[in-house]
Design a protein around this ligand. Structure first.
Ligand code: GDP
Length: 363
C-alpha cells in the first residue's frame, strides 16, 4: 500500500489531525479493516462519490472504498539532522513514506506553546525542510566518496550514479530541495536514492475554527510559498475535524454546514494525499459489492488485476471495460454493452482512472 507521513514541529496539531483521521476511519463501515495498524499508523478510506453512484446503479449490497495509510511522525525539531530530539529516528521514519504531509501551525493560541516563539508557518516549513535537506546532503556526500573510488576503476554504474547525484548535491548545498534538481526523465532513478526531499509534499495549514473555510493571513503566506514551489496545500481546522470525528456519520454534514463548511477537511486531506501520490482508482461492481481499487499511473490491466489477487495477473486473459461516464450514462454494464461502450481489453491495456472492470482469467 501507499502511505503519507505526517510531519511538523511539535504542537502544530499533528496528533489531533492524525487521531481525527483514524477515528473517523474506525467509525466507518465495520466490514472493512480501517484500523490503527500500529500506534502511529492508520489506514483510512479514500472518499470517492463515484463509488456511491456505482453501488446504486449496480444494486450492490455494500461498497468498499480503497484506502490510504497515514503515519504520524512526531518529534521533528530544529537540529534533527544532527540528532537533536531523537532526530535520526524520525528522519528514518520519513525515509519509509511515499509522500510527506507537512502540518503547519496557522492558529494563534497563547495557551499552546510554540517551540519557535510565535506563529510563522513559512519559517516553520523552512526549519523542517532545512533538516531534511541537511540529512539528504549528508547521505549523498557519504555515498559520493565511495562511488568516486569505484568510478575511477571504470565502474559504469558508479559513474551513472555520480552523474545523477551531482545536480542534487549542488541544489542541496544551495539550500534547495533535491526535487527541484532531478533531471527530466530520471525521476525513478532519483527515487531509488531514497532521499527525503525528493518526496512530494502537501502543506496542511491548521487554522483556528473561525478561519476554517477561508483561511487566515498565515495560511495565505503558505499559499504563496506553495504556489511558488508548485506544491499542494489544504486548509483545515484540526480542532473542528477532531469534533467531527466524534459525531455519528449521519450528523456530520449538518454540523459542518452549521459552521459554514461544505465538506470535511479530512476528506480534502485524504484526497490531496491520494493525488500527491499520483494514484488512480478503478472499480469492480457486482451484486455483493462495489469496490474501488488503487493503481499508479500507467498500470496495465494484468497488474491492475494483481491488486485484487496475485493469481489474477498470472491467469489474466482479458478485461471487460466500461469508462465511468459510460457506465453512469447507460445505467450499468448491460446498457453500456447495448450502446457499444463495453470494450474487451487485453494485456497491454493501460487502465484509466474511473474504469469499471471485469477480469476474465484462468485459475
Ligand atoms: P502535535 O505536537 O503537532 O502532535 O500537536 P497536537 O495535536 O498534540 O496539538 C498540540 C496542542 O494544540 C493540543 O493541546 C491541541 O489541542 C492544540 N491544538 C491542535 N489544533 C488546534 C487548533 O486548531 N486550535 C487550537 N486552539 N488548538 C489546537
Amino acid at each position: 500500500g501507499f502511505n503519507c507521513g505526517i510531519v511538523g514541529l511539535p504542537n502544530v496539531g499533528k496528533s489531533t489531525l492524525f487521531n481525527a483521521l483514524t477515528e473517523t476511519a474506525a467509525a466507518q463501515a465495520a466490514n472493512y479493516p480501517f484500523c490503527t495498524i500500529e500506534p502511529n499508523t492508520g489506514r483510512v478510506a479514500v472518499p470517492d462519490k463515484r463509488l456511491d453512484v456505482l453501488t446504486q446503479i449496480g444494486g450492490s449490497q455494500r461498497s468498499i472504498p480503497t484506502s490510504l495509510e497515514f503515519v504520524d511522525i512526531a518529534g521533528l525539531v530544529r537540529g534533527a539532522s544532527r540528532g537533536e530530539g531523537l532526530g535520526n529516528q524520525f528522519l528514518a521514519n520519513i525515509r519509509e513514506v511515499d509522500a510527506i504531509i507537512h502540518v503547519l501551525r496557522c492558529f494563534e493560541d497563547d495557551d499552546i506553546t510554540h517551540v519557535e516563539g510565535g506563529v510563522d508557518p513559512v519559517r516553520d516549513a523552512e526549519i523542517i525542510e532545512t533538516e531534511l535537506m541537511l540529512a539528504d546532503l549528508e547521505s549523498l556526500e557519504k555515498r559520493q566518496t565511495n562511488l568516486q573510488k569505484r568510478a575511477r576503476g571504470n565502474d559504469r554504474e558508479a559513474q551513472a550514479q555520480l552523474e545523477l547525484m551531482e545536480p542534487l548535491i549542488v541544489a542541496l548545498r544551495d539550500g534547495r530541495p533535491a526535487r527541484t534538481a532531478v533531471p527530466e526523465g530520471q525521476e525513478k532513478e532519483a527515487a531509488r536514492l531514497q532521499l527525503l526531499t525528493t518526496k512530494p509534499v502537501l502543506y496542511v495549514c491548521n487554522v483556528e475554527e473561525s478561519a476554517a473555510s477561508e483561511g487566515n493571513k498565515h495560511s495565505e503566506s503558505v499559499r504563496k510559498r506553495a504556489e511558488a514551489e508548485g506544491a499542494a496545500m489544504v486548509i483545515v481546522s484540526a480542532a473542528i475535524e477532531a469534533e467531527v470525528s466524534q459525531l455519528p456519520h449521519e450528523d456530520r454534514g449538518d454540523f459542518l454546514e452549521g459552521l459554514g463548511l461544505h465538506d470535511s477537511g479530512l476528506d480534502r486531506v485524504i484526497a490531496a494525499g491520494y493525488k500527491l501520490l499520483g494514484l488512480k482508482t478503478y472499480f469492480t461492481v457486482g451484486p455483493k459489492e462495489a469496490r474501488a481499487w488503487t493503481i499508479t499511473e500507467g498500470t496495465r490491466a494484468p497488474q491492475a488485476a494483481a491488486v485484487i489477487h496475485n493469481d489474477f495477473e498470472r491467469g489474466f486473459i482479458a478485461c471487460e471495460t466500461v469508462a465511468y461516464n459510460d457506465y453512469v450514462n447507460f445505467k450499468g454494464e448491460a446498457g453500456a454493452k447495448e450502446n457499444g461502450k463495453l470494450r474487451i481489453e487485453g494485456k497491454e491495456y493501460v487502465v484509466e482512472d474511473g474504469d469499471v472492470l471485469l477480469f476474465r482469467f484462468n485459475v
